[in-house]
Design a binder for this molecule. Structure first.
Ligand SMILES: Cc1ncc(C[n+]2csc(CCOP(=O)(O)OP(=O)(O)O)c2C)c(N)n1
Ligand SMILES: CC(=O)[C@@H](O)[C@H](O)COP(=O)(O)O
Ligand SMILES: [Mg+2]
Length: 616
């Protein structure tokens, strides 16, 4: 069915194909991607946009000697297909299956693991330094999107590269999209290049323009070094920003024109120094539904390829957050929302429509988001910063230095806390309690269900003593039928004997299920305020038990359990305490239930553990 694609075992097979055959290959790849991702879920739209770009890379460069670094890495599916991994696609993002991101352990063609944005240029510069010191000769190519280019790290790397002058190639894949519309001054500047008269003309005349260039190889090298100043305006009078900072700029070029891509990549190959090729692509290219709504097809679950994805409409914790914030903001004009390129994912879309002047999407700039929130808070407004747990890792120092030390009353709304599932180790939010709980002035809340999340957000809106972090999980929201929350003190949900489980967040639900598996009652406590722990109330509850099991989908080290153990130690309570959570390992990808089972945090695993403890 896939005449050319099925025959590709590695880049050497692509190099044998004629330009006509490569065009058919591109068509087959798009077909394959839509069919395959519709069965597994995955990052579709970005990959549809880089089909020709990736074919051209593998035609011009020699992987694995030449090394590609894919920024974020969610767009590396085509690269995986062209490097012998086609048959693994049925396991994409599944437990033990093909990763949705580049993985060094997966292939000799993957050289740098990614998942978080804006790391590729720094990684490439590092590899170039090593190459040069070792006296090796090969190319290192960072492929970075216009969204990822908004991240501070990318600027830091370009700043360094502009003066270090290492031979690093950067392909800027500009599709005008982050997950949603890309935002920011850089995005406006790129738009200037895209819409420049020369590029508009060039789109139709690439061929004739290129014909006027000298043939590739030595002549172009000398042309570049002799005519550096005119070369920088080679295609359009643009790219000045990159040029002034010290990079050679080529572009913009049409990223769906294979011939043009190949010629310009050959050209950039000749440049001995930092060079950026600006490629214009369309996110979702070739699949109408994704072209029309690239944000909906950025990351998808399983879908029917013949019908459009419906609006999800499902009530997840992000939606509970967004809806509650709208309710709060309607009564409190101090409330503003901040997102770092994740308006949709964090449930802020509706808020942004209702309150455009009070919504700030700062692009992929978590550090800036946090410090900006401190500035807003210290001037008497109430910023709610919605970030995924894993991406807040970027802004650790800003949380310490700008929020905690100044006691800025910022609300950190930490979405995707705990395991996230198929994105795997780069995306699990399993470190936030550790990196927040040791910070003076920080309060950490962790709702057991959607009712508690609503309650905590309202509590945070009225709290002005300092920062509050509220962590909640990825996925469907639910309510556990208990009393409505009146306070944040530990909640003794199930009374038991001998053994009590102290759980937090979504693991409270698991603990309740576990307690039902026993003939004798097992106690359950909902520790919804992790820091500071209301020790009087907690000690009062646990005095009736002999042993304590703490349960969290977070690292054990620095996690909730260790916070509880510290309270016991400080108060000279000598009871057995066991911690269930994630041990000293990165948890891989997979469906959530599978992952929880694999690390013993499902109902069965916790039950087994308690039986072992109880039976000595
Ligand atoms: C530090 C960080 N923040 C947020 C994200 C979430 N994220 C993943 S892809 C993406 C958009 C990237 O846009 P771009 O680089 O232009 O690639 P495209 O999807 O357009 O191909 C975002 C915000 C991330 N991976 N890393
Ligand atoms: C690649 C990336 O970082 C995001 O696209 C991420 O995969 C989104 O995760 P959610 O599906 O949880 O929003
Ligand atoms: Mg983009």
């Amino acid at each position: 069915m896939f005449k050319y694609l099925s025959e590709i075992t590695g880049p050497q097979d692509i190099k044998k194909l004629s330009s006509e055959e490569l065009t058919v290959l591109a068509y087959e790849i798009r077909n394959f991607l839509v069919q395959s991702v519709s069965k597994t879920g995955g990052h579709l739209a970005s990959n549809l946009g880089v089909v020709e770009l990736t074919i051209a890379l593998h035609t011009v460069f020699n992987s694995p000697q030449d090394k590609f670094i894919w920024d974020v890495g969610h767009q590396a599916y085509v690269h995986k297909l062209l490097t012998g991994r086609m048959t693994s696609f049925e396991t994409l993002r599944q437990y033990k299956g093909l990763s949705g991101f580049p993985k060094r352990h997966e292939s000799e063609h993957d050289h740098f693991d990614t998942g978080h944005s804006s790391t590729s240029i720094s990684g490439a510069v590092g590899m170039a330094i090593a190459r040069d010191l070792k006296g090796e000769k090969h190319d290192i190519i960072s492929i970075i999107g216009d969204g990822a280019l908004t991240g501070g790290m990318a600027f830091e790397a370009i700043n360094f590269l502009g003066h270090s002058k290492h031979n690093v190639k950067i392909i800027l894949n500009d599709n005008e999209m982050s997950i949603s519309q890309n935002v920011g001054g850089m995005s406006i500047a790129l738009n200037g290049l895209r819409t420049s008269e020369n590029y508009t003309k060039l789109k139709g005349t690439t061929k004739s323009r290129l014909m006027r260039l000298p043939s590739l190889g030595e002549p172009i090298v000398s042309l570049i070094s002799k005519l550096k100043d005119s070369f920088k305006y080679f295609v359009v009078d643009g790219g000045v920003f990159f040029e002034e900072i010290g990079l050679t700029y080529i572009g913009p070029i049409n990223g769906h024109d294979l011939k043009s891509l190949t010629k310009h990549m050959e050209m950039m190959k000749q440049v001995d120094g930092p060079v950026l090729l600006h490629v214009i692509t369309q996110k979702g290219k070739g699949y109408k539904f994704a072209e029309d709504a690239p944000n909906k097809y950025h990351g998808v679950g399983k879908f029917d390829p013949f019908t459009s994805l419906g609006a999800s409409g499902k009530l997840d914790f992000s939606k509970v957050f967004g809806d509650t914030l709208i309710e709060i903001a309607s009564k409190d004009s101090r409330v503003v929302a901040i997102s770092a390129a994740m308006i949709d994912g964090t449930g802020l879309s509706e808020f942004a429509t209702l309150y455009p002047d009070r919504t700030f999407d700062v692009a992929i700039a978590e550090q800036h988001a946090v410090t900006m929130a401190a500035g807003i808070a210290l001037q008497g407004l109430k910023p709610f910063v919605a970030l995924y747990s894993t991406f807040l890792q970027r802004a650790y120092d800003q949380v310490v230095h700008d929020i905690c030390i100044q006691k800025a009353p910022v609300v950190l709304c930490i979405d995707r806390a705990g395991l996230v599932g198929n994105d795997g180790e780069t995306h699990h939010g399993v470190f936030d309690i550790s990196y927040l709980s040791h910070l003076p002035n920080m309060m950490i809340l962790s709702p057991k269900d959607s009712i508690e999340l609503n309650f905590m957000l309202k509590y945070a809106a009225n709290y002005s003593e300092g920062p509050i972090a509220i962590r909640y999980p990825r996925g469907g929201a639910y309510e556990i039928p208990t009393r409505l929350p009146e306070s944040l003190a530990p909640e003794h949900l199930v009374s038991g004997e001998k053994t009590v489980i102290i759980a937090t967040g979504k693991m409270v639900k698991t603990a309740i299920e576990v307690s039902k598996q026993f003939d004798h009652p097992i106690g359950v406590v909902n520790l919804r305020k992790i820091k500071p722990i209301d020790k009087k109330e907690l000690l009062e509850i646990i005095k009736q038990y002999d042993q304590i099991i703490t349960l969290e989908d977070h690292m054990i080290s620095g996690g909730m359990g260790e916070c509880v153990a510290r309270v016991l130690r400080k108060n000279h309570i000598d009871k057995s305490i066991y911690h269930l959570g994630i041990d000293d390992e990165f948890v891989e990808q997979g469906d959530m239930d599978e992952l929880l089972a694999s690390i013993g945090l499902d109902v069965k695993g916790v039950e087994k553990f308690i039986r072992e403890v109880e039976n000595g």
